[in-house]
Design a protein around this ligand. Structure first.
Ligand SMILES: [Zn+2]
Length: 281
């Protein structure tokens, strides 16, 4: 079997989390053994002060044998946008200039949790879109509406249509949890839709129904580790090795052969970020 056929990409993992402080090298080795060839390390930290940590981890581990290739993002999370001052935005701009930092994110709108007011989130998002556009970096979007509402999605699409779509740079709807309408609009805007471990949860049938309609060239898989561990490890600390569980559920939903999700998502990731086909170490 060609190993590249099974190469999976975890398109979203917070591997700078303190929860990996004791076993980060072993955690990355487990990912490699599970067939994960690339991990995109999300650079949001607990706020802009830690935005550089994902890049630091890339530089620490890249080049070591039998570990996934690491890339980084940098961005200011919606509920940290009250910290998006000129210094933080300059730091973001500097990070996006680094070759390993291939994406700006996760950025977006979160109306589910209490935190930064909506207008602060919108302004923080728009400023970051301008910086990402100037650096020609695709974006990683976090969008979470209030339960039963589409408020955050409605505001998000309005902002992206005005401030992002004209760039043609595209992006990723990370940890997608909305309906077909939002999935279709995302695809129409040139975004990839990324599924996480919550796709495997018993109550997620509506999300599985959306996933079953997705075109193979529009999807990614991710862990959002250390959160959202897929079944049967729900509730535990998540890690990139477990992205395989989500890929297997997607294979079933889309009725494709074993390994096809790995091939498709790796191709999609490489296309979005203009990486070479062989993105492994
Ligand atoms: Zn995340």
């Amino acid at each position: 079997m060609c190993p590249e056929a099974l190469l999976l990409i975890d398109s979203h993992a917070h591997i700078d989390s303190e929860r990996y402080a004791d076993d980060r090298p072993a955690m990355l080795a487990r990912a490699w053994e599970a067939g994960v060839g690339v991990v995109l390390a999300i650079g949001i930290g607990d706020g802009p002060e830690q935005m550089h940590q994902a890049l630091d981890i890339c530089r620490q581990f890249n080049g070591q044998p039998n570990l996934p290739r690491l890339y980084a993002s940098a961005g200011i999370y919606p509920h940290n946008t009250h910290e998006a001052n000129e210094a933080a935005l300059a730091k973001l701009d500097g990070l996006l200039a680094e070759p390993e930092v291939i994406a700006c994110g996760e950025i977006g709108l979160d109306y589910y949790h209490e935190g930064a007011p909506h207008d602060v989130q919108c302004q923080g998002l728009i400023r970051q879109l301008e910086i990402a556009a100037a650096r020609k970096r695709p974006i990683l979007i976090h969008c979470r509406p209030k339960d039963g509402a589409t408020d955050a999605w409605d505001d998000l699409f309005e902002i992206l249509e005005a401030h992002w779509q004209p760039t043609g740079l595209g992006g990723v709807m990370h940890c997608f949890g909305a309906g077909w309408e939002q999935a279709r609009r995302s695809l129409d805007m040139g975004f990839l839709v990324s599924f996480a471990g919550n796709l495997t949860y018993p109550k997620a049938q509506p999300l599985r129904d959306v996933a079953a309609k997705m075109p193979l060239d529009g999807i990614l898989v991710e862990t959002d580790a250390p959160w959202l561990a897929p079944a049967p490890n729900r509730g535990k600390r998540n890690e990139p090795a477990w992205v395989l569980r989500t890929a297997l559920v997607l294979e079933e939903l889309l009725g494709v052969e074993r390994g096809e999700i790995a091939v498709a998502t790796t191709k999609n990731f490489s296309r979005l970020f203009h990486l070479q086909a062989d993105v492994g170490n």
